[in-house]
Write a protein that binds this ligand. Sequence first.
Ligand code: SF4
Length: 521
Amino acid sequence: MAHVVLINPPALKGHTNERTYSGGIGVARPLRPGQKDPLGLPPIDLLYTAAVAERAGARVTIIDLLLDRFHGAKAERFCSERIGEADEQTWIGIRLSIPSLLQDLAFGNRIKELHPRAKVFGFGTVIMATVDHWVRDCRMDFLLYGEPEAMLDKVLAASDFRQVEGVLCPDAYTPLEGDDLWDGAKNEARVHQWVKVRNLLDLPRPAWHLLPLQRYAPDGDLSRLGVFVQASRGCPIGCTMCPYMVLEGKPWRNNAIESVVDEIEHLNKTYGIYRVRFRDPNFGFNRRYARELCEALIRRGVKLSATVETSVEVFDEDNLRKMYQAGIRTITTGIETNDADCMESIGQKISVNDKLREKIALCHEIGFHIYGTFCLGTPEETWETVEKTWRFANELDVESGFTVMTPFPGTPMYWRALREGLIPRRMRYSDWNSYTATMRTNQMSTRDLEIARLWARLETIIPYRMKRARRQGPAAVIRTALRLTPHYLVRQVLRVVVWHRRSRSRGTASREGVPAAAAAE
Ligand code: SF4
C-alpha cells in the first residue's frame, strides 16, 4: 500500500504564515516585536489532496510543521519519525508557498536527501508562474504543475508517474532562460498547461479527520475553531493585480449546492464545528448560486457562522438578508481605492464606490461585520490618492485592512510593472507578501508606500475603534483611548513625515515630472 506523507514545511520566521490565502500562494505579515505567529490550519488544497490520496487507497499522513513549530534538524527528525521506513511506495509531498519559497525548496531537497528511496514532490500554486526561475535548483523527484487534488490519484495509479499530465520532472524539464524568463507571452504559454480540477463535485471532502483538530482550536474547544470550505473557484472579473484569476483561472467553477451543505453539516455533526471561512475568491460572483446555497443552508437548519469574500455591491437586499439568515456574519470586500485612475488601473470603475456606499450601509443595518480591503500602490498612486482612499474608508465606517500592491508573477500588473520599470527583474519571493512594498509607482517610492500603508492604517483604525467605544459609553472610551495611545503617537509622527515627503514629492514632480525618490528605484 502506498504511504503518502504531505508536509506543511517550517514557518518563515518573523512573519505570519497564512498559506491558504491569495489563491494558495500565501500571505506573510511581518510580526511586531514580541508578537507570536498565530496558528492557522494547513492550506485547503493540502487537505483535498490528502482526501484524494486516501480515496485512491493510500495510507495518508499529514505533517504540519507550523503546528509543532519545528525548524532545521528538529523538523527533519520529526518528519523522519512520522515517515518511518521510506521505500518506493512512499510519496512525500512538500507544500510550497511564495513567502517561504526558497526555504520550502531547500527543505524539499533535504527531505529527498534523507529519504532517497521515497518519491519526493512539490506542490502549491506558487509553482505555476515561478517554476522556471528555480527548477534547476530543485532536487525533488517531481513537481505537480496544477491543482494537486486533480492529479495525485493519477500519479499513484500510474505505472510511470512521469507520464501523468502535469507531472514536471526537474531533470527532464527545459526552463525558460535569460530574457525569456521575463517574456509575458512565453510565460503565459506555460501557465496554460496548469492542470485544474474540472468538476469540483468529483472531489471528496477535505480530510479534516487526519488533523489533530483540537490542537488548532482555542483552548481545545472545537466550537471555537474556524475551518475552510470552498464552494467555488475562479473569478471572471479579472482584476489586473488579482492572483486568484491567474491561479484558479477566470472561468467560474462551482461545487453542487447540496454537497457544500452536506460538508458543513458533516462538520457540525462530526466535530461540533460551525465557524467557517469560505475560500471562494468571490462568493457572490454568481448571485443565483449564492442565494440558492443560502436557501439550502436555511432549509436544512445547518448551524453556521461564516465569513465570505465577495463584491458586496452585486447583492440586492433580499440576497443580503438571506445570507445573514443562513449564518454569514462577516463580509470581506475588496474596495481597493477611491481614485478613478487607480481603479481603472486594476480593471475596475470608480462608479462602483457609489453602489458600495449604499450597500455597505444596508449591510450594517442588517448586522454584518464588514471588513474592507484596500490596496495602495497602483502605478497611478500618489499621496493625494492615498488620502482620498483612507478618507473613503472612514466614510464607509468599515474595519479596514491596507496592503501594498504585490505584483504576483503572472498577473497583468506584474507584466505591466516589468514593462514600465516599476519593479526590477528580480524574484523577491519572501517580499511578495502583500505587506512589503516591492513595486514603486510613477510618483511614489517603495519607502513612500510602506509609510503610506501605515499612515492609512492608523488614520482609519483609530476613528473606527473610538466610534465603537463611544457606543458603549464613557468607560469604554477611556479604556480604548488608553489602549490606542501608542497609535496616536505614531500617527502624529507619521503625519509630519507624510507632510514632509508629500511637499518634497510635489516640488520634485513639478520640476522633473517624476519624483527623484521614485525614479531612483
Ligand atoms: S473581483 Fe476579487 S477575486 Fe475577482 S478578480 Fe477582482 S480581486 Fe480577484
